[in-house]
Design a protein around this ligand. Structure first.
Ligand SMILES: Cc1cc2nc3c(=O)[nH]c(=O)nc-3n(C[C@H](O)[C@H](O)[C@H](O)COP(=O)(O)O)c2cc1C
Length: 358
């Protein structure tokens, strides 16, 4: 016999009181399904950040003006239309995929940066099928002329406006940092919140730029890894560089991108001839976009060089020729028997930094 744990949250019927809070785990179909199967009564997707949507649009515009990048790992030479969708479009797409895949309510979370953005995206998330909305009110106020009362009044106005525009239940996620927490909580409920989520926890970058700038330890390489990368590529900052920027999706599953990019960090370039039809398994330094025999393509039936008709990087392997190209016998070793392969680029990448023009 199983205990009946059913309950209500925001007016929704939940089969259990365990709600998975916003994080990357609730933002992907596979992990969302696993969480629901494990017994969660509802899922809160990670926040859709209006700033991210805007930043991406700017980055895309800049990226479209950028030339081709020599050391970058383009997913393919022919970007899929999907890659031109905005972060908001992709969020809504994932939301409806998760909704179809799980049998528990899916709550969308929003962190907007403008009054219009709160309403616009709240409506989009509702239209995409969210069972409820969670407003993640976190933002940094850096204007010395704005006092705490004004900040709180704006947040309350945001709740009121969103409440007036959407029909689904509304939760408001709060931080513990209010001068009078209960006063604000009551005001949020009066403004239309159906529930309060306590508490958000903020994480800060724990890597100081100075640590990257002045790094002289060859055992440390610094790569920023983000879900979104301008130009949709992973890159190192050049040959013999120990810094760069990786797109998370490039590193997952059967990807060999990390090994390929590591090759660049220790001085290996792409081969000159990027048409390897008729040759055996490709070496690790062949970039995506290389023309290969059909059985090494993403899609064996695709026409060479067209979408799907380029080398699937999962077939790349480190070969003896790659090792030989490092010319390890030419290294000079210290008294302690140590030698350094590669160099220091020491670039601290801010979010969404453009690929280097090499
Ligand atoms: C990796 C990670 C990502 C998160 N992303 C979000 C987010 O997008 N939106 C949000 O409102 N909270 C986010 N959170 C906060 C969590 O949902 C949760 O409120 C917070 O971690 C507090 O719970 P805890 O003390 O058990 O960690 C995130 C937390 C983590 C650890």
């Amino acid at each position: 016999m199983t205990a009946d744990l059913s309950t209500k949250y925001l007016g929704l019927d939940l089969r259990s009181p365990v709600v998975a809070s916003a994080s990357p785990l609730t933002g992907e179909v596979d992990s969302a399904v696993a969480i629901a199967r494990a017994g969660a009564g509802a899922l809160v997707m990670p926040s859709l950040w209006e700033e991210e949507v805007l930043e991406e649009e700017l980055a895309l515009n800049r990226g479209l003006e950028t030339g081709s990048e020599h050391f970058a790992e383009a997913l393919t030479y022919f970007p899929a239309v999907d890659e031109l969708l905005t972060a908001a479009d992709r969020y809504c797409q994932t939301l409806s995929e998760i909704k179809q895949a799980v049998d528990v309510p899916v709550i969308a979370s929003l962190n907007a940066s403008s009054a219009g953005g709160w309403i616009h995206y709240a409506k989009e998330l509702e239209a995409a099928g969210a069972d409820a909305l969670e407003l993640n009110l976190y933002h940094v106020v850096a204007d010395p002329t704005v006092d705490g009362a004004e900040v709180e009044a704006r947040d309350i106005a945001t709740i009121e406006k969103v409440r007036a525009e959407v029909g689904v239940p509304l939760a408001v996620k709060l931080s513990p940092y209010y001068a009078s927490f209960t006063n604000f909580g009551v005001a949020a409920v009066d403004a239309g919140a159906d529930g309060l989520v306590l508490f958000n926890r903020f994480y800060q970058p724990d890597l100081d730029p100075e640590k990257v700038w002045y790094n002289d330890n060859p055992q440390l390489n610094f790569f920023r890894i983000e879900e979104y990368v301008m130009g949709d590529i992973s890159f190192v900052d050049g040959l013999n560089c120990n810094t760069g920027y990786f797109k998370l999706a490039n590193l997952l599953q059967t990807s060999t991108t990390a090994a390929h990019e590591y090759g660049h960090t220790i001085g290996l370039d792409h081969p000159d001839d990027l048409d390897i039809r008729g040759q055996p398994a490709p070496a690790i330094m062949y970039p995506r976009g290389t023309i290969s025999d059909p059985h090494f393509q993403y899609d064996p039936n695709a026409i060479a060089g067209k979408t799907g008709g380029t080398l699937d990087p999962k077939y790349r392997k480190v070969t003896q020729a790659d090792i030989d190209a490092l010319r390890l016998h030419r290294l000079s070793f210290s008294d302690k028997g140590l030698a350094i392969v590669g160099g220091f680029s020491s670039i601290y990448h801010e979010k969404h930094s453009p690929p280097p023009s090499l």
